[in-house]
Design a protein around this ligand. Structure first.
Ligand SMILES: C[S@@+](CC[C@H](N)C(=O)[O-])C[C@H]1O[C@@H](n2cnc3c(N)ncnc32)[C@H](O)[C@@H]1O
Length: 292
C-alpha cells in the first residue's frame, strides 16, 4: 500500500521553480568563492552541492546500499547509481514520482526500488537493516522529528550512516523582525539536537554551510522582484483594463491570500541576509552506534 501526501505550497514552489528555471535538482546550490552567484550558474552550484553530499557517503566497495529520502526528481539517485551505489528512493509526491520513474527507465540494469510514500509511512519491517546509508538532501525538514531517527536506526546496517544536508530554524525565528516568517521550513535546530541526543547515533561530522548556500536566496529574490513581479503587475494592469469585472472578482477571491503571497515572495525580504538570520544550513553525518 502506498501513502501519498497532498502537495503543499512549498512543494508546489519547488516544482514550479524546477519548470521555470529548467534545473534538474530541487535543492540549493553551493556557492563557493570562485562561483559568481547568478541564475546561469545555478546548475553548477547545485552540482557542487551534490558532490559535497556524495563525498559524505561511505566509500564505494562491492555493494553500498543507499536510501535517498525525498528523492525529488531522482537526479541524485540517478547520479549515485551511475557511480556504482545501489540506490532506492522514497518519494511521496505523485508528480515527482513520475519524474523519478522516467529517469530510472533510462538506467541500464535498473534495480532501484521506489517507495511512493512518506518516510514516516515506509514499510520499515520489510527492509529493516538493509541500508549502508540514508540520505536526506533538503528533505529532512519535511519529516516528523519524532519518527525520523528511529526509522533510520531500524533501516540501517550496524555502523550505517545518515547524511543530512538541510536547513534548520535559528533561535531568531519568531522574533517578529522584518523578514521573520518570510522563508518557511526547517525544524528548530535545538529540537533536532534534542532528538539526536536521545537516538543511537554518533556525530561523525557537523558542518555549518549557511554562508555557502545563502546566495541562492538573493538569486531567487532577484528573479521574483525583477522578473515575476513586473510581469504579474503587467498582467494585472491588462486584466483591469480589458476585463474589469473579472479583475474585481479575482481580487475579491484572492483578498486573503494575496497579502500573504506578497509578504512571502514580493516583499524584497526573501534574501540571503534574511536566510542567514533565520536559518542554519548544515551537513550532518551520523553513524549508527553499535548495539553492544
Ligand atoms: C527540497 S525537495 C529536495 C529534493 C531532492 N532531495 C533534491 O535534493 O533535489 C524536498 C523533497 O522532500 C520530499 N518530501 C516531503 N515530505 C516528505 C516526507 N514526509 N517523507 C519523504 N519525503 C518527503 C518532497 O517530495 C521533495 O521531493
Amino acid at each position: 500500500m502506498t501513502t501519498t501526501h497532498k502537495m503543499d505550497s512549498r512543494e508546489l514552489g519547488l516544482v514550479l521553480g524546477k519548470q521555470l528555471l529548467g534545473v534538474e535538482d530541487l535543492h540549493y546550490g553551493l556557492w563557493e568563492a570562485d562561483l559568481t552567484p547568478s541564475l546561469a550558474n545555478l546548475p553548477q552550484a547545485q552540482q557542487r552541492y551534490t558532490e559535497h553530499l556524495a563525498a559524505a557517503l561511505p566509500a564505494l566497495n562491492d555493494e553500498v546500499r543507499v536510501l535517498d529520502v525525498g528523492c525529488g526528481t531522482g537526479h541524485i539517485l540517478q547520479q549515485l547509481t551511475e557511480r556504482g551505489y545501489r540506490v532506492d528512493g522514497v518519494i511521496p509526491s505523485p508528480s515527482l514520482a513520475r519524474m523519478v520513474h522516467a529517469r530510472l527507465t533510462e538506467l541500464p540494469d535498473n534495480q532501484a526500488r521506489v517507495f511512493e510514500t512518506t518516510f514516516e509511512g515506509m514499510p520499515v519491517a520489510e527492509v529493516e537493516g538493509r541500508y549502508d546509508a540514508i540520505l536526506f538532501s533538503e528533505s529532512f525538514q519535511y519529516i516528523d522529528l519524532n519518527t525520523v531517527l528511529g526509522h533510520c536506526a531500524r533501516l540501517l546496517k550496524p555502523r550505517g550512516r545518515v547524511v543530512i544536508c538541510d536547513f534548520f530554524k535559528t533561535p531568531a525565528a519568531g522574533d517578529g523582525q522584518p523578514g521573520d516568517g518570510v522563508i518557511g521550513g526547517g525544524h528548530h535546530l535545538s529540537d533536532f539536537r534534542a532528538a539526536l541526543a536521545a537516538a543511537p547515533f554518533d556525530v561523525l561530522r557537523d558542518e555549518d554551510i549557511t554562508a555557502l548556500v545563502a546566495p541562492n536566496m538573493d538569486i531567487v529574490d532577484d528573479l521574483l522582484m525583477h522578473k515575476l513581479k513586473p510581469s504579474g503587475e503587467a498582467i494585472w494592469e491588462y486584466l483591469r483594463g480589458s476585463y474589469p469585472f473579472t479583475a474585481r472578482l479575482l481580487g475579491f477571491f484572492l483578498r486573503k491570500k494575496l497579502p500573504k503571497v506578497k509578504k512571502k515572495y514580493f516583499s524584497g525580504l526573501r534574501t540571503g541576509a534574511t536566510f542567514a538570520r533565520y536559518k542554519n544550513y548544515r551537513l550532518v553525518v551520523l553513524t549508527k552506534r553499535d548495539a553492544g
